[in-house]
Design a protein around this ligand. Structure first.
Ligand code: COA
Length: 329
């Protein structure tokens, strides 16, 4: 039994916010942002576009690419830290918008590691007993709603977008899908990257608004240092478990797009070439749970990933949660 990636899709909202635009909003400049992060611009959803709209559009494209009708989808899992509501789930809203009438739908919260967590859940658990033939794995974010636009150290980093892959249970024995994975959490680091307001610790109040607790809080340097080591370690674990060489056997490494310097440091430590790494952070910034799904779709649509190729997905984010997954496309 194999799991095939039957189709991929992504959606990037139209409006572009450039570094020059940010110069007018906070005390920053294009050169600082580009050299420290690799970001030139990011896209922002329109005021009336919500996370499920972005996710639904990515799903629609994935279904179209696979030639599969919405009525055939058995489940939808959405990774997001910017859901439409706390409940109902964003996945349920996508169910309504695309009329996925047979689909069991739920959201999953693992911040920037959300899309890998969806794949782990879908491939490792839900599809393992063949109950579901088609599962939509989605990462969708409207991060512009949780960015503190007065905080220059974080507002420059994030953007909106969504990506989706349609997973299919197949019998053809091609050994495609999730080959090996290494997923981890260390809750002891939960303070360095969080959205403090709105949950049971700090329910919404005048105080939480006055103290900007509904925006992203991040210790950037600490996060940076932990990210590189964690991603490399997960990649090496997957490499040894799968019995492959990342440098020689993996066509494309698809890292979470948080900072170009993190990506370059990881690439150097993995001893891989520039052609082996996909980078689009310059155009989209950090789209959290959506970033790897968007990259995956771009890799497929630009031909950088062909049927049979090995892709190594690697991510890191709040929790802390980090991991790597080897996928045969
Ligand atoms: C956020 C990040 C880009 C900051 O870069 P950095 O090199 O660590 O910068 P620092 O925080 O040390 O700040 C250096 C200086 O730049 C200033 N600065 C911060 N943001 C700035 C901005 N947008 N424009 C200009 N200057 C800025 C700081 O105030 C500081 O000034 P000081 O030296 O006078 O105090 C970087 O730490 C990072 O990307 N970390 C990882 C974040 C991440 O990946 N998060 C998501 C994980 S999923």
């Amino acid at each position: 039994m194999s799991i095939k990636i039957a189709g991929t899709g992504s959606y990037i909202p139209e409006r572009i916010l450039t570094n020059a635009d940010l110069e007018k909003m906070v005390d920053t400049n294009d050169e600082w942002i580009r050299t420290r992060t690799g970001i030139s611009e990011r896209h922002l959803a329109a005021p009336d576009q919500v996370t499920s709209d972005l996710g639904a559009e990515a799903c629609r494209k994935a279904l179209e690419a696979a030639g599969v009708d919405a009525s055939e989808v058995g489940a939808v899992i959405v990774a997001t830290c910017t859901p439409d509501y706390t409940f109902p789930s964003t996945a349920a809203n996508i169910h309504r918008k695309l009329q996925l009438n047979k689909a069991f739908c739920f959201d999953l919260s693992a911040a920037c590691c959300g899309f890998l967590s969806v794949l782990e859940t879908a491939c490792g658990i839900m599809m393992a007993n063949k109950k579901y033939r088609y599962v939509l794995a989605v990462g969708a974010e409207k991060l512009s709603t949780i960015v503190n636009w007065d905080d220059r150290s974080t507002c420059i980093l994030f953007g909106d977008g969504a990506g989706a892959v349609l997973l299919e249970n197949v019998d053809d024995g091609d050994n495609t899908g999730l080959i090996a994975s290494d997923m981890n959490t260390d809750g002891n680091w939960s303070e360095i990257l969080k959205l403090p307001g709105g949950g049971s610790v700090n329910p919404p109040s005048e105080r939480t608004i006055a103290e900007h607790l509904h925006g992203i809080h991040m210790q950037g340097q600490e996060t940076f240092k932990l990210a590189v080591n964690a991603i490399v370690s997960a990649c090496r674990t997957v490499e040894s478990e799968a019995g492959i060489s990342i440098r020689d056997d993996v066509k494309l490494v698809i890292p979470h797009q948080a900072n170009i310097r993190i990506i370059q440091a990881v690439a150097k430590r993995l001893d891989i070439t520039d052609e082996q790494v996909i980078v689009n952070i310059n155009r989209y910034g950090n789209t959290s749970a959506a970033s790897i799904a968007i990259c995956f779709d771009e890799a497929v649509r630009t031909g950088r990933l062909q049927r049979g190729d090995l892709a190594l997905l690697a991510s890191f984010g709040s929790g802390l949660v980090w991991g790597a997954q080897l996928i045969r496309y």
